[in-house]
Every structure is written in C-alpha cells, then in structure tokens.
Design a protein around this ligand. Structure first.
Ligand code: FAD
Length: 278
C-alpha cells in the first residue's frame, strides 16, 4: 500500500485502486488518463508484463461506464530493447484498446526517442482512425515542423512544455523562450487541427490562451493536468471545459512521487506538514 502522503499524486498500486480514483474524478466531470508507472526497462519480461497489464486495464475500463483512457511511455513497453519490440507491443495494445473503445495516448520521452515515437503514432493513427494520441514538447526546436505534419493526421496531439533536460543543440533552454514556443504552437494548432488540441499544462496563462483561441477558431480542446496538481482548478475548469486528469498508479510510485515533491517547494512543505501531522 502507498503511504497517505503519496496518495495525493499517485492513485494506488493496483488497477482497482486506480479505477476507484477514476470514478471519483468522473463524479466531478473530470476524465482520467491512466498511466501505469514504469519506464526504461532493459528486460523484455518487464516490458511485456506492463504491456499485458495495460491490455487487461483497457479491457476492464471497456467493461465499465468510466470516462478513462490510458497513456503509455515508449520505454515502458520496450523501446530501450529495440524499435520493433516497442512497435509490436504498442500495436497490440492499441488493437485491444480500440476493441474496448478506449483511447491510447503515447507519452513523449527525451529527444532521442522523438522520431520513433512519432513514426509509431503516424502508422497507428492511420490504421485505427485516430484512436491514438501523441505528446509533443514545445522545448524541442523540431516540434513546429513535427506539428505541421501531425496536423494532417487523424488522432489527437497533447502539447506540453517538455519535462526532459535537453541539450541546447536541440532544445530551447530558456523558460521564456519555451513559453513563447508553446504559445506559437497553440496558435498554429487551433488554426490547423480538426481533431482537437490537448493542453497538457498547469499554466493559467496557457490555459487562458487556449480558451481565447477556442473562442476565435471554434477548434475543440481539452485540458490535461496531473493528479495532485491544481486540483481545485481542475474541478473548476471541468464545469465549463473538457478536463482530464493524468492518473499515475502502480508499484513503482516512489521515484515519481519524489519528482513531484521536488519540483515545487510548496510540495515539500506539504510533505513536511503531513509528516509532522499539521
Ligand atoms: P510550468 O511552466 O512548470 O509552470 C507555469 C505555471 O503553471 C506556474 O507559474 C504555476 O502558475 C502553474 N503551475 C505549474 N506547476 C504547478 C504546480 N505543481 N502547482 C501549482 N501551480 C503550478 N512532459 C513530457 O516531456 N512528456 C510527456 O509525455 C508529458 N506528459 C504530460 C502530461 C500531462 C497531463 C501534463 C500536465 C504534463 C506532461 N508533461 C510531459 C510535463 C510537461 O512537459 C511539463 O514539464 C509540466 O507540465 C510543467 O509545465 P507546465 O506547463 O505545467 O507549467
């Protein structure tokens, strides 16, 4: 069992706990994007195990009336073991998910994985008529060109600022420049995307920009935030807009929890208060 202190950011260790959390989200009109925690496997067994867990999870979701989809990391389903392993496990997962009417997001990892991830997305988006989405990162200099190609495909695209420390040769490293790139990408996307735009950001300025662009162009959009981050804003936004929460679960929760804790000093204070019982 995860300790109560971690349960702000992680929905539990088992699929049943994750689905219970999803039900409580759905009650406040927030959809869920479920992620089984795990990445960078160097054993085929681990990659196949997680792929199998995801297949069973989508079947479980399909048997319910829950508003939930999944999001999977390429290196969790075999990318570090070879492109073929990743592509085969992903294709099998998308097939099962499509049968269960469950949408599949592909998370984006560091820049060395962008090509293979976008290639896999492109093929599956065509084959499964858009029942798949991919994440793109505004900090990467290549992303504008990628997005111009993605605009012509079915499927959804999640826009994020980028979570990986990338070299200046391929990425903007200045925060203001990344914000500018994010805004430019949203402007392009709201003008050119038919299947909607997903805003993967907690940033009130970016969310306001998305609302304005939606007013201007009518393009459908959804907002996505992480579990435990700006929860009140999530509930508030869900009253008017399509809102989804990224819900991590699984036994490998420790490093994820630690990352969430360290990214903001308020989170460290929250943890200390919880430990001290105040
Ligand atoms: P920041 O630029 O970090 O902050 C801007 C403002 O947002 C802050 O000033 C504050 O007002 C508000 N804010 C931000 N964080 C908090 C907080 N914890 N509490 C309160 N207010 C806050 N990255 C990837 O590289 N690949 C992925 O596949 C990926 N998927 C993601 C999926 C989702 C649903 C989300 C939300 C993020 C994902 N990310 C991914 C992470 C993303 O790239 C950013 O690193 C992360 O979201 C931080 O950027 P930001 O836009 O939220 O805000």
């Amino acid at each position: 069992m995860i300790p109560p202190i971690a349960s702000r950011f992680v929905a539990g260790e088992s699929p049943a706990e994750a689905l219970e959390h999803v039900r409580s989200l759905n009650e406040r009109d927030v959809g869920a994007i479920i992620n089984l925690l795990g990445e960078h496997y160097d054993s085929l067994e681990a990659a196949e195990d997680d792929a199998a867990t995801y297949r069973s999870l989508v079947a479980d979701i399909g048997d319910t009336d829950l508003e939930a989809c999944i999001s999977v990391k390429p290196s969790q389903i075999g990318l570090d073991l070879g492109e073929d392993v990743f592509r085969d496990l992903l294709a099998e997962l998308v097939e099962v998910a499509t049968e269960a009417d469950v949408f599949v997001w592909i998370d984006m990892e560091d820049h060395t994985t962008t090509d293979v991830t976008l290639e896999a997305f492109t093929d599956l988006a065509r084959e499964y008529d858009g029942n798949v989405g991919v994440c793109v990162q505004a900090n990467l200099k290549r992303t504008r060109e990628d997005v111009e190609r993605l605009a012509k495909l079915p499927g959804k695209v999640r826009f994020v600022k980028g979570a990986y420390d990338e070299p200046a040769s391929v990425a903007y490293t200045d925060k203001a420049r990344v914000n500018q790139a994010y805004e430019d990408l949203l402007e392009y996307a709201f003008e050119h995307f038919d299947d909607g735009v997903a805003i993967g950001s907690h940033d009130p300025e970016m969310i306001d920009l998305a609302k304005d662009l939606h007013e201007e162009h009518g393009t459908p959009f959804e907002i996505q935030m992480l579990m435990g981050v700006r929860e009140e804003a999530q509930t508030e936004l869900a009253r008017e807009y399509e809102m989804h929460q990224y819900v991590p679960y699984g036994s490998r929760w420790k490093s994820y929890f630690y990352r969430r804790l360290m990214e903001r000093k308020e989170n460290v204070f929250f943890a200390l208060r919880a430990i001290l019982g105040r």
